[in-house]
Design a protein around this ligand. Structure first.
Ligand code: HEM
Length: 461
C-alpha cells in the first residue's frame, strides 16, 4: 500500500472530524485527561484526534505492548520530544536511534544493581536529615509536603548521580521547575510554537526560568572538571571521562560540554519530580484510607521496630512497595507518553501511515475496569506478588516498557519504598482536604497547587 492510500485508511479510524480541530485543541489544552477519556468512551479503544498532526490515542494494553515492546523498532519519539529539546537538549529522554543507543549504553552502568546499596544509604540519610529539619519546628506542623518531597528527591538524585550537594538550591529549582513545566507544556501543545529567540512575554519568561536550571547544571559540571582528570565513578564521572564514536567519525571522542549538559539536565529533571509526585499522591491516598496507612505503619514497626531502615530490609518492606505501585496506578507520575511510526504499520486492525503519532495514557489504561476490577478503589493488594502474573500484560506501565523503559526504574522503586517506610515510621502525614487536591497533567502529573499536610512526630514507645 502506498502512503497515499495509507493516509486514506488513516481517515477511516474513528474520531472527531478535522473541522473540529480548534475545539479539540482547546479541549486538550484545558483538560487533556477528561478530553481523552471522553473520546475513548465515544469512539472506542483507538481514536484519531485532530490536533494539527496525524495522531491516534490507543487505550488497549495490547496496542500499548505492540508499540512499546513487540514492534518498538518501528517507533521513535515524535514531535513532543523534539520540542522538549528546548529544555533537555538531546539527552537520553529525547534522543533517537544510534545516538540514543550510545548514550543509554554509557549511562546504564551508573544504575547497575551493585550501586543500589550506596544509593539506599544516601536516600535514608537525606530523609533522616529532612525529618530533623522538620523537628526543629516542633512535634506538629503544617507544610507543603509536595514541595518538601521535591526538595528531598532533588537532593537524593544530586548526591547519587553527581556527588553534589544541591540542598542550598532546592527552593530555587523547585520554583523555576513548576513554572518551566507549565511553559514547556504550552510550547509543546502549541499548533506553531513561537521560536524562543523571538522576544515575547512568553519566551522571555521561558528563557528566564530555564536559565535558573542551566546555572545549577553548569555549576554542577564545572565543579567536577578537574585538570588532573580525576573525574570520579558516579554518573557525572562516567560522562566526563567517556569517549564515544560519533556518527561519521572514525575516532572516539569525548562528549562535548553541551552533550554532558543535556544528559545532566535530563537526569536531574527526570530523576526527581516524578518520584516526588508518586510519594505525594501516595500520602494523599493514605490519608483517605487510614486502614491502609495503619497496615503500612504496622509493617515498618514489625520489620524495623525503632531502628533506622537499611538496604537489607527492602525485601521485608513489601507492603510499602505495593502501596507505591498502587499509588502509581491511580496517579501515574508520567500520565501519557507518545511514539511516532517510522514506517506504515497496523495497530488494532487499522493501517497507519508513516509519521503517525501514537499517544498512550497510563492514566486511562491503568483505570480501565476491563483490566482492574473496581478500578478507582485504592487497593495495594492488587500488587501482592502472586497476583502480578495474572495481570494483563501491558495494562500497567508507569515506567513505560521495552528498550526505552525508564533507566531509573530500580532506583525509583527503591526510593519510594525506603522514603515511604522511613517517614511513616517516624511521622504521621495527614494531607489537608485531600478530596480537593487538583491534578495538573503537564508532562508529568502533579498536584496543581502543591499539597498542604500536617506532619506529627510519633511518640516513641
Ligand atoms: C516514580 C518515578 C519515575 C517514573 C514514574 C518514571 C517514568 C518514566 C517513563 C514513563 C519513561 C519513558 C518516557 C517515554 O518513553 O516517553 C521514563 C524514562 C526515563 N526516565 Fe524515568 N521515571 C521515574 C524515575 C526516574 C529516575 C529516578 C530517573 C533517574 C535517576 C529517571 C530517568 C529517566 C530517563 C533518563 C529516561 C529516558 C530513558 C531512555 O529513553 O532511555 N526516571 N521514565
Amino acid at each position: 500500500m502506498n502512503s497515499h492510500s495509507a493516509a486514506a485508511t488513516h481517515k477511516s479510524i474513528p474520531g472527531p472530524s478535522v473541522w473540529q480541530t480548534p475545539f479539540c485543541l482547546s479541549a486538550f489544552r484545558n483538560d487533556p485527561i477528561g478530553f481523552l477519556q471522553d473520546l475513548h468512551q465515544r469512539y472506542g479503544d483507538t481514536v484519531r484526534i485532530p490536533l494539527g498532526l496525524p495522531l491516534l490515542s490507543v487505550r488497549h494494553p495490547d496496542s500499548v505492548r505492540y508499540v512499546l515492546q513487540e514492534h518498538h523498532k518501528n517507533y521513535d519519539k515524535g514531535q513532543d520530544y523534539e520540542r522538549l529539546e528546548v529544555v533537555l537538549g538531546k539527552g537520553l529522554l529525547t534522543a533517537n536511534g544510534a545516538e540514543w543507543r550510545r548514550h543509554r549504553k554509557l549511562a546504564q552502568p551508573a544504575f547497575h544493581k551493585q550501586r543500589l546499596p550506596g544509593f539506599a544509604s544516601i536516600m535514608l540519610r537525606r530523609t533522616a536529615q529532612r525529618m530533623d529539619d522538620w523537628h526543629r519546628h516542633g512535634s506538629t506542623m503544617q507544610l507543603d509536603i509536595h514541595a518538601e518531597l521535591m526538595a528531598l528527591t532533588l537532593e537524593i538524585v544530586g548526591e547519587s548521580l553527581f556527588s553534589s550537594d544541591l540542598s542550598s538550591q532546592t527552593e530555587e529549582v523547585g520554583l523555576s521547575l513548576g513554572e518551566l513545566l507549565r511553559l514547556t507544556n504550552e510550547y509543546i501543545n502549541a499548533l506553531v510554537p513561537t521560536p524562543l529567540w523571538f522576544p515575547t512575554p512568553f519566551t522571555i519568561k521561558f528563557r528566564r526560568e530555564l536559565a535558573v536550571l542551566d546555572r545549577v547544571v553548569k555549576k554542577l559540571i564545572e565543579a567536577r572538571m578537574s585538570p588532573e582528570g580525576d573525574t570520579g565513578s558516579d554518573l557525572l564521572g562516567m560522562l566526563l571521562s567517556a569517549h564515544l564514536h560519533t556518527e561519521g567519525s572514525e575516532r572516539e571522542q569525548p562528549l562535548s560540554v553541551e552533550e554532558i549538559r543535556d544528559e545532566v539536565m535530563t537526569l536531574l529533571l527526570a530523576g526527581h519530580e516524578t518520584t516526588a509526585n508518586a510519594l505525594s499522591f501516595a500520602f494523599m491516598l493514605l490519608t483517605q484510607h487510614r486502614d491502609i496507612a495503619d497496615k503500612l505503619y504496622a509493617e515498618t514497626i514489625s520489620v524495623l521496630g525503632n531502628r533506622a531502615p537499611t538496604f537489607e530490609d527492602l525485601p521485608q518492606l513489601r507492603y510499602a512497595k505495593q502501596v507505591a505501585e498502587e499509588a502509581m496506578r491511580l496517579y501515574p507520575p508520567v500520565w501519557a507518553i507518545g511514539r511516532r511510526a517510522i514506517a506504515q504499520d497496523v495497530i488494532d486492525g487499522h493501517t497507519i501511515a508513516p509519521g503517525t503519532h501514537i499517544l498512550m495514557s497510563q492514566f486511562l489504561v491503568q483505570r480501565d475496569a476491563r483490566f482492574f476490577a473496581d478500578p478507582l478503589r485504592f487497593d495495594p493488594e492488587r500488587f501482592a506478588p502472586d497476583l502480578a502474573s495474572k495481570r494483563h500484560h501491558g495494562a500497567y506501565f508507569p515506567f513505560a516498557a521495552g528498550p526505552r523503559q525508564c533507566i531509573g526504574m530500580g532506583f525509583a522503586i527503591m526510593e519510594l519504598q525506603l522514603v515511604l517506610s522511613a517517614l511513616i515510621q517516624k511521622v504521621e502525614i495527614t494531607v489537608l482536604a485531600p478530596e480537593r487536591i487538583e491534578l495538573e497533567p503537564l508532562i508529568t502529573l502533579r498536584p496543581k497547587h502543591g499539597m498542604r499536610a500536617q506532619v506529627r512526630f510519633r511518640q516513641l514507645s
